[in-house]
Design a protein around this ligand. Structure first.
Ligand code: SAH
Length: 471
């Protein structure tokens, strides 16, 4: 090791800076944050430094350096433009055992100043031993991107937690276990994401269990994968995927999204596509609980948004009953994503004042939508899982008084490379759809806004514009 790294407490300590230019100013700005008592000596001084002296942030001696300036100094930084002068001051400092740094002159320096990331109270220092400041800066940038912005606040919170654990956890082993669980687990993750209250709650739970029987604390994050285009993932979804130990995903989730997950995360398909049984809901709940209880970070990945026809609510209820921590990352639901990519605004001042998302699937189970509200003029209705039930849906709408001329469209594989959009009217949509031989997943959209597709379509070359004119 060519240098011994230390963090030097300079509060109230005298530091001398020789030189009054830009470089000196940068050093002053850095040192100010430490609470050091700064003296600057230089015959010519940048206006910024004069201003700071006037504000009593530092002592300014506008003259040439004199050896007495070193009296009582803890640290010296030399930044004049004259190399010989710099070296002379360095030698003088050395002879008096005062650590000295000569800017850009490693050989003349007793200490060098690292590149830093300052996230009070967390401080990361990087040094290449003076070999390459550029390399040090690049390294710092990489670390910068990797270290969460709130790491400093996290550190302060952990310090505050220490107080409350002292009373509860007397044994230092117990305390260490507790803090490991906080730092490695959902508590710290929540905190870093900005949910301090959630973090506090989880830490309290941990505190309650650590002293009794230490239990691994996993958690489940319910993540919306969006409608298909992987770039429609949220940044939070991406982070959850990259932090996951286990991912349980539905068949609707595109492979490109799974490719973004952490390489060594276990990926389990619990394959629920419409009309395909896959694992039962009960089995899925059991899997979620099992993995989380083992202390794993579990991501439950669903197409679109987890709370829109995604059974997200049911799964969370099961987790709540099993006392497992969970959080939810929303996703762009198929109707929002598909409509955007099809150029069908779901509301429009001239055509639609409300929009309803309905499932076309539940009729077997006896829960019918309220057809009367869906045929009201000025509404847009989006049917999920509606393709297989297209005949029945159209019949019901007509039966409840929807005009046969009302525009209706189908968005198949919305937002994906294979997206296809067909538009027609309630009278013609069945024929047009069966001719088009669309692939699932698909949405049925009913309402005047569908007609806008002919002018607003922008995505994909296969958009079949103008079919409504065949009505
Ligand atoms: N939670 C999902 C919906 C799950 S239900 C969401 O918020 O989007 C499954 C139904 O969603 C499918 O039958 C289909 O109607 C619709 N769907 C999902 N992805 C789709 C896509 N890319 N294009 C069109 N419809 C889609």
């Amino acid at each position: 090791m060519n240098y011994f790294p230390v963090f030097f407490d300079l509060t109230g300590q005298k530091v001398l800076i020789v030189g009054g230019g830009e470089v000196a100013l940068r050093k002053v700005s850095l040192l100010e944050r430490t609470g050091a008592l700064i003296t600057v000596v230089a015959p010519e001084v940048a206006p910024e430094l004069v201003a700071r002296a006037a504000a009593r942030q530092l002592t300014l001696n506008r003259r040439e350096f004199a050896p007495e300036d070193l009296d009582g100094m803890r640290l010296v930084i030399v930044a004049t433009s004259r190399r010989a002068v710099n070296r002379w001051i360095a030698t003088l400092s050395e002879s008096r055992n005062i650590p000295v740094n000569v800017v850009d002159d490693r050989e003349a320096s007793r200490f060098i100043v690292p590149a830093i990331i300052d996230r009070e109270p967390v401080l990361v220092a990087v040094s290449t031993g003076g070999t390459s400041p550029v390399l040090a800066r690049r390294l710092r940038e990489k670390l910068e991107a990797f270290i969460p912005t709130r790491i400093g606040e996290l550190a302060s919170w952990l310090r505050a937690l220490r107080g409350s654990t002292r009373k509860k956890l007397r044994d230092s082993d117990e305390r260490r276990r507790f803090f490991e669980a906080v730092v490695d687990g959902p508590a710290a993750r929540r905190f870093i994401e900005g949910d301090s209250q959630g973090a506090q709650r989880i830490a309290q739970q941990l505190l309650a269990t650590t002293s009794a029987a230490p239990r691994a604390t996993g958690e489940v994050t319910l993540v919306g994968a969006g409608p298909g285009d992987p770039e429609l993932l949220t940044i939070k979804a991406l982070r959850a995927l990259q932090d996951a130990d286990v991912i349980l995903y539905d068949r609707l989730v595109p492979a490109e999204v799974l490719d973004l997950a952490r390489r060594d995360a276990a990926q389990i398909c619990v394959g629920k596509a419409a009309g395909n049984i896959g694992s039962t809901q009960h089995e899925i709940n059991a899997l979620l609980i099992e993995h989380a209880t083992q202390g794993k970070r579990v991501v439950r990945l669903k197409g679109g948004d987890p709370f829109i026809f995604g059974r997200g609510g049911e799964e969370l209820q099961a987790l709540a009953a099993a006392q497992i921590n969970f959080s939810v990352v929303p996703g762009i639901t198929a109707a929002i994503g598909g409509a955007a990519y099809a150029g069908i605004p779901l509301t429009h001042r001239d055509y639609a004042q409300s929009v309803t998302f309905v499932t076309g699937h539940n009729q077997d189970e006896g829960t019918e939508p309220d057809w009367r509200t869906l045929v009201v003029p000025g509404t847009t209705t989006v049917f999920y899982m509606g393709l297989a039930r297209l005949d029945r849906i159209v019949e019901k709408l007509l039966e409840h008084g929807a005009p046969a001329t009302r525009p209706a469209g189908i968005i198949a594989q919305g937002t994906m490379a294979g997206q296809r959009v067909i538009t027609a009217t309630l009278a013609t949509i069945r024929g047009v759809a069966s001719d088009a031989k669309l692939n699932s997943p698909a949405l049925l959209v009913v309402g005047d806004v569908v007609a806008l597709h002919s002018t607003l379509a922008w995505f994909g070359v296969n958009a079949e514009i103008g079919l409504s004119q065949t009505a």
